[in-house]
Design a protein around this ligand. Structure first.
Ligand SMILES: Cc1ncc(COP(=O)(O)O)c(C=O)c1O
Length: 249
């Protein structure tokens, strides 16, 4: 089948299966509500948990930043990393008591950036079945062998890790799962990773600033686990830049 015909065919199939998604334009509404297709509704789909998207101090800071321009003018490695980026990275690292923070433009980039760099080709990457797609994509980019365990089931994660005892392994989980809102069994996963000498990566996209004491202390940070390398990443909801923090020592 020629390419355009195949596209038409695939499109029709998706439409019939009810799998076709479309972008809807959201109008302005009060916090907690959303106007979609001209109708106001309760907004259950937002990730602006901390109310940062319209926070007056952030709006003010954005106004100030606009005076120095609206683009970095180059990629970060080539002169696009400005004082403001550096200051934000340092503040984020300090605020979350980690050695380093790295900014990415989106959560998707943070996850694929970290995961395509950390495991090597043919390493084992064991992930929760309901992890966000960017974590799965990151493992694929790395060329790692991807295995998925039953949702929030540390025993199944252990079985997957045990299936390849000869491989270096990495265990990856969301902390708070975006669709169901439940929390991963992080203490069990941490113990398992420590026992099996695997790395553990926790995506805090929906946990950072929401769970744990003092806001920024997300659930993963409460694991007393000093000797383990613990890269974790997250975003503080809409309106904030994403970060990925380095080793926790
Ligand atoms: C756990 C998790 N990681 C990463 C992302 C991707 O974030 P972004 O939409 O900023 O690319 C999401 C999106 O909601 C997510 O739920």
């Amino acid at each position: 089948m020629r390419f355009p015909r195949r596209l038409t065919h695939d499109h029709a199939q998706r439409l019939e299966a009810g799998l076709l998604r479309r972008v809807r334009t959201a109008g302005d509404a009060q916090p907690g509500r959303i106007v979609l297709d001209g109708r106001e509704r309760i907004d259950f789909g937002s990730n602006d948990y901390l109310g940062l998207a319209r926070h007056p101090r952030l709006i003010e800071a954005l106004d100030d930043a606009a005076t120095i321009g609206v683009g970095a003018r180059a990629s970060h490695l080539l002169g696009g990393h400005h004082d403001a980026h550096e200051a934000l990275q340092r503040a984020l690292a300090e605020g979350s008591a980690t050695a380093r923070a790295l900014l990415f433009s989106t959560g998707y980039m943070a996850a694929t950036g970290a995961l395509s760099a950390l495991p090597g080709r043919h390493d084992l990457c064991v992930q929760d079945r309901l992890n966000h797609a960017c974590l799965l994509d990151g493992a694929r980019l790395a060329g790692a062998e991807l295995r998925r365990y039953r949702h929030a089931d540390a025993a199944d994660a252990a079985r997957q890790l045990a299936s390849r005892p000869d491989r270096r392994a990495m265990l990856v989980s969301d902390s708070v799962f975006s669709m169901d809102g439940d929390v991963a069994p992080l203490a069990e996963l941490a113990a398992l990773a420590q026992r099996e000498r695997a790395w553990l990566m926790v995506d805090e996209a929906h946990g950072l600033g929401v769970l744990g004491p003092a806001g920024v202390a997300a659930p993963a940070r409460r694991l007393a686990w000093p000797r383990t390398r613990f890269p974790w990443d997250g975003h503080a909801g809409q309106g904030a830049r994403r970060l990925r923090c380095g080793d926790r020592r």
